[in-house]
Design a protein. Structure first.
Length: 101
């Protein structure tokens, strides 16, 4: 996502933010249905032809698009540097966390 100037809010950069709430819901549900249908096609027809690395890239791109369709904004920081290594344990709270992680 491009850098945001201090006087520009997130909602000013989201096209759906300008539509009335009922219309936004209909548009998001329609986009979600199309995205899920594409996911079924991707998994059923395209995945068997891809290498594991290519599949991983497609899955990450699909998850990013899913979050965008749902209007979820991700803010990520760099991982802390710990001496001797560390084990990252992710306890997710909602079904969206799976796509974020």
């Amino acid at each position: 996502m491009p850098a945001v100037s201090s006087d520009e809010s997130y909602n000013e950069r989201v096209i759906l933010a300008y539509f009335p709430t009922p219309l936004r819901r209909v548009l998001r549900i329609g986009l979600l249905a199309l995205h899920l249908a594409w996911g079924v096609v991707l998994a059923g027809l395209i995945f068997p032809l891809l290498s594991p690395a290519q599949r991983d890239r497609r899955i990450m791109a699909w998850a990013r698009r899913l979050l965008r369709v749902l209007g979820v904004r991700l803010k990520a920081d760099t991982a802390p540097r710990l001496p001797g290594g560390a084990l990252l344990v992710c306890n997710h709270v909602s079904w969206l966390d799976i796509y974020l992680i």
